[in-house]
Design a protein around this ligand. Structure first.
Ligand code: MLT
Length: 398
């Protein structure tokens, strides 16, 4: 008889955002007149920008003509997009090569799929709280997870402990959910730690475009030594409104190699290439054309206008917490505001309270780890009108 992967039994019953969706749907069914405002999942509301729409429309037209029609594309992404990503990094002062860029349907898939490359015996170091995909995917593989505390005392930026031996390290900066962002010295400490242990850092930079402080690194590859120990995951979901369009990319540097137990030198880039060519058929041509346009100077200018819009929402949220003396983090170089639940409530209690009392949906901090038990996350990705209305309602119960 087949034996199923019993590690699934160790997972929470449903994925965080599925659970939120379930609770909100149940409440909405019971209260059809409730005007629910959703600031839970970080889903964008601004439309694709003109540069992206134009490029995609052109690509659709090309697909409708025999002379310009395209079938399967390269699994790693078309050169025009890989080169556009290289240029984008160069404009931010970071050098990468086109063959180190692997285009995909998003950072969520890649941060989960990358686990294929690692032995189940590896020890995985994961901040608590953090994006739940890292914990869930390693739990599915039965890996041993070591948690590192991110809390108000360390500004939600845990630093390496030389006494802890880790093989795989997840870092997310700007952080989801706390908005905390590592500076250069802090990231350098992580790179040095990883290199001293022979570990690999899986660096999620999905929110890099929200960094406005020029001193803060937007890529781990801005740090010396990172090419020997890091893989970077990024996405256009939050940068250019691609949550529904789907396009992300992973950067695996050529220098990243390890020696097998039998003495064979293994290139991580070659392994990822092997994995992707076997299990993935690439992102659609139309989407890649849109993505390349998003990375152009004009595309990024337009994307930054939307990011400024979301940052204004973050300011509106923070303003209420300032006024009401609620302790909060993030919202500056990040679209998330992470705050302490009022009246000593735990996060799921506050979630239900907020939904029932004022019909506002947020994300309970506990869904990101035990250190989030008394914290709550609001996203700045709503419309400005919805954000103002939600904060008016929240202010009334603080
Ligand atoms: C979030 O709300 O944490 C994100 O939107 C989830 C994701 O990017 O998959």
């Amino acid at each position: 008889m087949v034996k199923l992967n019993e590690h699934y039994l160790e997972l929470k019953q449903s994925y965080l955002f599925a659970e939120i969706g379930r609770r909100v749907a149940a409440y909405a069914a019971e209260h059809p007149d409730a005007k629910i405002i959703r600031l839970g999942i970080g889903d964008v509301t601004r439309p694709l920008t003109p540069a992206v729409v134009e490029a995609m429309s052109k690509a659709v037209a090309e697909m409708g003509q025999a002379e310009t029609f395209r079938g399967y594309g390269p699994e790693q992404g078309y050169d025009f997009l890989r080169n556009a990503i290289v240029d984008y990094y160069a404009r931010n002062g970071v050098t990468i090569a086109a063959d180190e860029v692997f285009v995909s349907d998003g950072a969520k898939s890649d941060t989960g799929n990358i686990t294929d490359l690692f032995d189940p015996e590896n020890k995985v170091l994961i901040p608590d709280p953090v994006y739940p995909v890292y914990v869930d995917t390693n739990t599915m593989n039965g890996r041993n997870i070591i948690y590192m505390d991110a809390n108000a005392e360390n500004n939600f930026l845990p630093m390496p402990d030389p006494d802890v031996d880790a093989d795989i390290i997840y870092l997310c900066s700007p952080n989801n959910p706390t908005g905390a962002t590592y500076n250069r010295e802090q990231l350098k400490a992580w790179v040095d730690y990883a290199n001293s242990k022979g570990a690999i850092i899986l660096f999620d930079s999905a929110y890099e475009a929200f960094i406005s402080d020029p001193e803060l690194p937007r890529s781990i590859f801005a740090i010396e030594g990172a090419r020997e120990c890091a893989i970077e995951f990024c996405s256009l979901s939050k940068t250019a409104g691609f949550t529904g369009t789907r396009c992300g990319y992973t950067i695996v540097p050529t220098e990243l190699e390890r020696t097998s137990t039998t003495g064979v030198r293994q290139s991580v880039k070659a392994m990822w290439n092997r994995r992707q060519t076997t299990k993935f058929n690439g992102v659609s041509y139309i989407v890649q054309r849109g993505a390349a346009a998003a990375f152009s100077e004009q595309g990024m200018k337009e994307a930054q206008e939307n990011i400024a819009y979301y940052k204004e929402n973050a300011r509106i949220i923070a303003e209420v917490f300032e006024k009401k003396s609620v302790r909060y983090f993030g919202g500056i170089n990040s679209p998330y505001i992470w705050f302490e639940c009022p009246k000593g409530m735990d996060a799921w209690t506050f979630f239900d309270y907020l939904l029932k009392e004022v019909n506002v949906v947020g994300t309970p901090g506990e869904g990101f780890g035990t250190n989030g038990t008394h914290f709550f996350r609001l996203t700045a990705f709503g419309t400005k009108e919805a954000t103002i209305e939600a904060m008016k309602r929240i202010e009334s119960i603080l």
